[in-house]
Design a protein around this ligand. Structure first.
Ligand code: HEC
Ligand code: HEC
Ligand code: HEC
Length: 89
């Protein structure tokens, strides 16, 4: 019984580590800072695989990702595509 409780606690701990992402991320940028609301995107898109390959983990968000992945999907799904929709001064 004790072993089972410890196992469950370990599993819960690992689960939290694997699934953790901040609600939102801000990227400081010369063109204007960008705020990416991860939680809102998760909820509206449902499918993690829209952005993550395999097990969801950290993604390096750079200009390429921003303009290819982020903006490309916005074009397809009528999301924001104007420069200052993403870059806020
Ligand atoms: C619209 C794209 C998108 C969707 C959909 C999405 N994510 Fe993410 N996720 C990102 C980006 C971008 C990052 C990297 C943020 C950063 O660190 O700058 C990220 C980071 C993460 C991280 C790593 C957090 C860290 O800092 O180590 C986890 C875990 C994660 N996402 C889980 C999920 C899960 C689970 C789902 C589905 C329920 C999901 N994501 C859906 C874009 C997305
Ligand atoms: C797979 C599709 C997809 C990807 C990838 C994606 N978005 Fe979005 N995004 C959307 C949709 C859909 C909306 C909402 C459109 C609406 O309802 O007005 C949205 C809305 C937004 C908004 C408006 C504020 C909000 O959250 O509602 C911002 C800012 C934004 N996205 C930034 C980003 C950034 C930055 C990235 C990349 C790190 C990104 N998005 C990646 C689909 C995506
Ligand atoms: C869908 C959101 C989105 C839209 C729309 C968008 N960008 Fe970006 N942009 C990003 C992201 C994300 C980055 C990478 C942020 C980082 O690396 O910190 C970026 C990076 C940049 C950079 C690099 C700046 C630096 O300091 O490295 C420039 C310049 C830039 N964008 C200009 C533009 C211009 C001009 C437009 C309009 C034609 C535009 N962006 C539209 C999301 C967007």
């Amino acid at each position: 019984m004790k072993k089972l409780v410890i196992m469950m606690m370990l599993l819960a701990f690992v689960g939290v580590n694997v699934a953790f992402a901040a609600d939102s991320y801000t990227y400081e940028n010369s063109k204007g800072n960008i705020t990416f609301n991860h939680k809102a995107h998760q909820e509206r898109l449902g499918d993690c695989a829209k952005c993550h390959e395999g097990e969801p983990a950290k993604i390096e968000v750079d200009k390429d990702f921003g303009h290819n992945t982020c903006k490309a999907c916005h074009k397809e799904m009528n999301g924001p595509t104007k420069c200052n929709d993403c870059h806020k001064k």
